[in-house]
Design a protein around this ligand. Structure first.
Ligand code: HEC
Length: 102
């Protein structure tokens, strides 16, 4: 399953070779966040999260790392833990930079 995911992310990066790689990666990663956080990160996810549009990348990375190691979050943090469990540090950085640029 891990292998499949890595393959998918890699293909997405290759397909977007013409665009800056970090951005392309971030956009591909953010695709799975859209349903809850909104196309422009403008929504309070499920009516609960803070609106993350405008968050600087380091603040988002800190939150994502915190969800992964259990040190951050509110009542619905279990839901985010599942979202970030497959993201490594580089992936968190890419998606955070993408969000910061929205
Ligand atoms: C199924 C819905 C859902 C998806 C998909 C989802 N999130 Fe979340 N997100 C939430 C909820 C709900 C919270 C608030 C959780 C809590 O109680 O701490 C949250 C919180 C956050 C926060 C912290 C905001 C705060 O309130 O402190 C960040 C940053 C974040 N999400 C980023 C992401 C990223 C990046 C992705 C995609 C990799 C993603 N989320 C995917 C629902 C979702």
């Amino acid at each position: 399953m891990m292998k499949k995911l890595v393959g998918t992310v890699f293909s997405a990066a290759v397909l977007c070779m013409a665009a800056p790689v970090v951005q392309a990666d971030g956009a591909a990663l953010y695709a799975k966040c859209v349903q809850c956080h909104g196309e422009q990160a403008e929504k309070a996810a499920m009516g609960k999260s803070e609106v993350i549009k405008g968050w600087p990348a380091d603040k988002t990375v800190a939150a994502l790392k915190g969800y992964k190691d259990g040190s951050y979050g509110g009542a619905m943090k279990g839901l985010m833990t599942a979202q970030v469990s497959t993201l490594d540090d580089a992936a968190m950085q890419s998606v955070a930079e993408y969000i910061a640029g929205l």
